[in-house]
Design a protein around this ligand. Structure first.
Ligand SMILES: [Zn+2]
Length: 476
């Protein structure tokens, strides 16, 4: 399957007041997005994730850099609008010895800044700009606002908090922060919509101005990042994958800057000396070097292609008759062959044998194994909801065909449906797909899906059946 911001004096006062009003009116008003979590929960999430990040990233331990970065961060926090500053936030600014131009901030305040950012920046304002942008994501609570929007039952709150250990950073380093991890938590907390990006840019620009930097430096840094992306040829750098370009960035940041009064210019005399301190450190690693060697973790790298389990097209062994338990958050438990590997994304967990999932001719293919997932139900009627979901699956698999009628059955003591499908296998010939669906307590569709090439169906059928019989839904 394919997968996917006096009179004279009176007149002067009036003029002054008018000017203030003008500034207030012209500056873009930024508001907090909807969020069902509390600021305390942001802090807890961020704290756990930061602990994990500190274990997995090559943190720079240098007093001069720490002092500099913390002073810069504190200056930005001091310049941030008070209505967004929660007293519980725990701001920190941690330098990381990584080459890519990147920075990320976790809910509630912990921020990590790659050394590559300093190497690429022509002036302090550029680094301050990206940090102000990241700080804006923290202040606007975009991570948990994402989780609020997601409506994903994996992410019921207990799950959100409990899943952090090893999950935000993904347990494996390559997946670190920007890549998917268990239930896509990191993706959710650290990938932003274009709307959120623009808000972070605009609030970031306002903070910069109040901190004594020209906001246009932020636009310039974005241009530098975009240039690096092109020069690499390997697609967008990490920063761009989690901070998508809303378009016209330079234009709207420049426009916002025209309405902002830049405070007393910040003292940037330490910027060049700090760049020299960075230059005296051991060489920075790239993310891919880090994922190969790790820091404290030896877990294999992930990332999109690296999330592969073996190489599709290579032989796949018949499933082990030994089983192991897996847990899908608060949603389900099941038993799967002990030699299969779990691969998680936002709303799915695939469990696959070696060579059952990975890139093939430029596309991620899923040739052998099972997938558990949740999907928004298009109807309260199970047949209709199942059909709606199958139609969505068929969008990325246009030749998917139903083979036989839907069958009613029980799954974990609930009414469920089963349907057989055929689809061209990416390996040639046909593949057999089994799909099982039922409703979760909140009306979301839960599914269990099996995939195997037709010619190997006999070898896998017992395992598929044994897995479906082991499924225990735990959402209520
Ligand atoms: Zn952003």
């Amino acid at each position: 399957m394919a997968t996917r911001t006096s009179a004279f004096r009176a007149a002067a006062l009036v003029l002054l007041a008018y000017a203030c009003v003008q500034v207030l009116q012209a500056q873009t008003k930024i508001t907090l997005p909807k969020n069902k979590y509390t600021p305390e929960q942001d802090v807890q999430l961020g704290r756990e994730a930061a602990d994990e990040a500190r274990k997995q990233y090559p943190i720079i331990n240098d007093d001069r850099i720490d002092t500099y970065l913390t002073a810069l961060g504190d200056r930005l926090v001091a310049a941030a609008p008070s209505e967004f500053k929660q007293s519980v936030y725990e701001y920190s600014f941690t330098p990381v010895n990584l080459k890519e131009i990147n920075a990320f901030a976790l809910p509630g305040g912990p921020m990590f800044v790659h050394r590559g950012m300093f190497d690429a920046a022509a002036e302090e304002g550029e680094v301050a700009g990206v940090m102000a942008h990241e700080l804006s994501h923290v202040l606007l609570r975009h991570g948990t606002a994402n989780a609020t929007k997601a409506q994903n039952p994996w992410l019921q709150l207990g799950q959100l908090a409990g899943a952090i250990g090893g999950a935000v950073v993904g347990g494996g380093l390559g997946s670190a922060i920007s890549q998917g991890s268990q239930f896509g938590l990191s993706t959710l907390l650290l990938s932003y919509s274009r709307d959120f990006e623009k808000e972070a840019d605009l609030l970031g620009a306002q903070i910069m101005a109040r901190a004594g930097y020209d906001p246009r430096a932020l636009a310039h840094m974005f241009e530098t990042i975009a240039k690096e992306a092109k020069a690499n040829g390997s697609g967008a750098p990490q920063w761009m994958s989690s901070h998508p370009d809303p378009g016209n960035r330079t234009v709207y940041i420049t426009k916002e800057a025209e309405h902002l009064e830049i405070a007393v210019p910040a003292d940037t005399s330490q910027f060049e000396p700090i760049k020299r301190v960075f230059a005296s450190l051991p060489p920075a690693k790239t993310m891919s070097e880090l994922s190969r060697t790790g820091v404290s973790s030896s877990d294999a790298s992930r990332g999109d292609a690296a999330q592969a389990v073996g190489t599709p097209g290579q032989p796949v062994s018949r499933p082990s008759t030994k089983y192991k338990a897996i847990n899908g958050g608060k949603i389900f438990q099941a038993s799967v062959p002990s030699d299969w590997t779990s691969v998680s994304s936002d709303s799915t967990i695939k469990v696959v044998p070696m060579n059952g999932y990975g890139p093939l001719r430029g596309e991620m293919v899923f040739t052998h194994g099972v997938e558990f997932g949740v999907a928004t139900a298009s109807s309260r009627n199970l047949v209709e909801a199942t059909q709606g979901w199958l139609n969505a699956v068929a969008q990325s698999n246009p030749d998917l065909r139903q083979a036989g009628n839907m069958q009613s059955l029980r799954m974990s003591n609930r009414s469920a449906l089963a349907v057989s499908l055929v689809n061209p296998s990416p390996l040639g010939g046909q593949e057999r797909i089994g799909a099982y669906t039922t409703f979760l307590a909140d009306g979301t569709l839960f599914y269990y899906l099996t995939v195997v090439p037709e010619r190997e169906q006999q070898l896998f059928q017992d395992s598929f059946t044994r897995i479906v019989n082991s499924i225990k839904l735990t959402d209520r």
